[in-house]
Write a protein that binds this ligand. Structure first.
Ligand code: HEC
Ligand code: HEC
Ligand code: HEC
Ligand code: HEC
Ligand code: HEC
Ligand code: HEC
Ligand code: HEC
Length: 275
């Protein structure tokens, strides 16, 4: 997103003006520093082309507010609204139209579903244009089938409102698990023997977009579990995990594939998370 910040230097520098009683030189220095600093944001440096609608031009958020007041009101709280001010010289990729495409023909036609307007709820390409690193995540061997069209970013993210503003990528932790629960009932139902490792949420163990590990796990094999459960080895033949001698078990596979803690999300029958 470096180029976007570069293109809208004025709004980004505005708050710093009070510290800059001197020359344009110091302004320029700060601008350069800001750009250098911004080069480590998550959206990579590439040319972003907003979605196109043949023959239409960009009109700005105010025009959309006439008919979509609800969306426009929520939008003020979104990260996306902070980046793309209508006043910026980069207005082509600003606000509503950065995701929905230029709206003039949609408006002249009086609006309507599928009438000269994009809906990334059906095709997430506009999101992927900017979030190219997410595009890459969805191409990893294990991934949620978003690019396949079986699900969409909006199954987990709220594109307009306050939600996108919250921690962890627009999803508070509690709500995040609820989001997963909509589709994954088995892992999120109440258990008799709860695994306390679930308390910090699904993303402790799973990558939400995609991963190189099976079941989209954050780490491979026993590494995943040993982050929280310490392993102690007193002599080469005895490996203790959770005070139980695991030396023969670990030779059979990893914590769950060995046929042991297969109920890793929680168990109805066994406190050791066995089925
Ligand atoms: C003259 C009123 C009007 C204006 C102005 C207007 N729209 Fe719409 N828009 C509509 C109507 C009516 C619908 C259909 C609503 C429905 O079916 O729920 C619609 C639907 C949409 C949809 C859903 C399309 C789909 O295929 O699902 C999007 C996205 C949208 N508008 C975006 C915008 C954007 C962005 C702007 C500003 C550039 C804008 N609209 C301006 C009236 C308007
Ligand atoms: C970050 C990208 C993004 C931006 C910016 C954005 N939208 Fe949307 N919009 C979406 C997505 C994604 C959907 C599909 C939502 C769904 O299916 O639940 C959508 C759906 C809509 C719809 C169809 C009705 C609905 O809620 O499904 C309207 C109308 C709309 N947007 C208007 C706007 C307006 C007005 C703005 C600016 C104030 C705006 N959008 C800014 C991504 C965006
Ligand atoms: C025009 C470029 C652009 C488009 C289009 C776009 N985004 Fe973003 N998005 C950004 C920028 C810039 C940020 C803030 C910088 C960052 O954290 O990467 C951001 C941040 C986010 C965040 C993190 C919010 C947070 O709290 O940190 C999420 C989630 C997100 N976008 C999802 C989406 C989704 C879903 C879509 C499509 C419906 C979309 N974006 C479309 C540029 C874009
Ligand atoms: C299965 C649910 C799910 C889907 C589908 C999904 N996301 Fe996410 N996304 C998440 C979760 C959960 C997080 C928070 C990750 C964390 O906290 O480690 C997140 C974080 C993000 C972030 C900010 C995190 C960061 O790395 O800075 C962006 C941007 C984002 N998602 C974009 C997208 C886009 C674009 C799409 C669609 C192409 C999408 N997501 C689809 C669940 C999802
Ligand atoms: C809209 C429905 C939906 C939501 C919401 C959702 N998922 Fe999924 N999930 C799927 C689908 C569809 C698959 C692919 C299943 C398949 O390929 O058999 C999947 C696959 C998975 C897998 C891999 C399963 C396997 O067999 O490889 C894991 C792990 C997973 N999701 C975790 C999560 C987490 C964590 C969240 C919340 C951040 C989440 N899901 C949100 C629909 C969803
Ligand atoms: C985020 C931290 C965390 C992760 C990761 C984690 N656990 Fe746990 N687990 C806990 C906590 C906390 C407890 C409850 C305290 C205890 O018994 O050590 C627990 C308890 C257990 C128990 C019950 C122990 C007993 O004697 O009652 C088993 C079995 C277990 N975990 C297996 C696993 C397996 C297998 C994995 C890897 C797939 C794993 N855990 C990953 C935190 C975690
Ligand atoms: C302590 C780590 C841990 C946490 C937390 C965790 N999972 Fe898992 N999950 C695993 C492991 C390990 C597997 C692989 C189990 C297997 O293959 O039998 C798995 C597998 C899955 C699968 C695939 C099941 C299948 O039969 O293919 C889904 C879906 C899933 N988890 C969803 C979730 C959801 C939703 C959450 C949050 C409510 C969550 N997980 C939290 C460790 C975890």
């Amino acid at each position: 997103m470096k180029h976007l910040l570069k293109s809208i230097p004025v709004p980004s520098i505005e708050p710093f003006k009070q510290w800059l009683p001197f020359s344009c030189l110091s302004m320029a220095t700060i601008a350069v520093l800001l750009m250098l600093g911004s080069s480590c944001t998550t959206v990579p440096d590439a040319v972003v082309v907003p979605p196109q609608v043949e023959g239409a031009h960009f009109v700005g958020n105010q025009k959309c507010a006439d008919c979509h007041g609800e969306h426009t009101r929520h939008f003020a709280g979104s990260v996306h609204s902070r980046f793309f001010k209508e006043t910026s010289q980069f207005h082509e990729v600003s606000g509503c139209e950065s995701c929905h495409g230029p709206g003039s023909k949609h408006i002249v036609a009086g609006g309507g579903k599928g009438v000269f307007i994009h809906n990334p709820g059906r095709d997430p390409q506009p999101c992927l244009n900017c979030h190219q690193e997410k595009h890459a995540e969805f191409r990893l061997p294990q991934h949620h089938p978003v690019l396949e069209g079986q699900m969409n970013c909006v199954d987990c993210h709220d594109p307009h409102g306050r939600e996108i503003f919250k921690q962890s990528g627009g999803l508070g932790l509690a709500r995040q698990d609820q989001q997963c629960a909509q589709c994954h009932r088995e892992q999120t139902r109440p258990f008799v023997f709860v695994h306390e490792g679930m308390q910090d949420g699904c993303t402790t163990c799973h990558q939400p977009h995609g991963s190189i590990h099976e079941k989209m796990l954050t780490q491979r094999d026993a590494h995943l579990c040993l982050r929280c459960h310490s392993q102690m080895q007193f002599d080469p033949n005895q490996v203790l995990v959770g005070k139980v001698d695991h030396s023969t078990f670990l030779a059979m596979g990893t914590c769950w594939t060995a046929g042991c803690h297969t109920a890793v999300h929680g168990s109805m029958v066994n406190p050791r998370l066995l089925y």
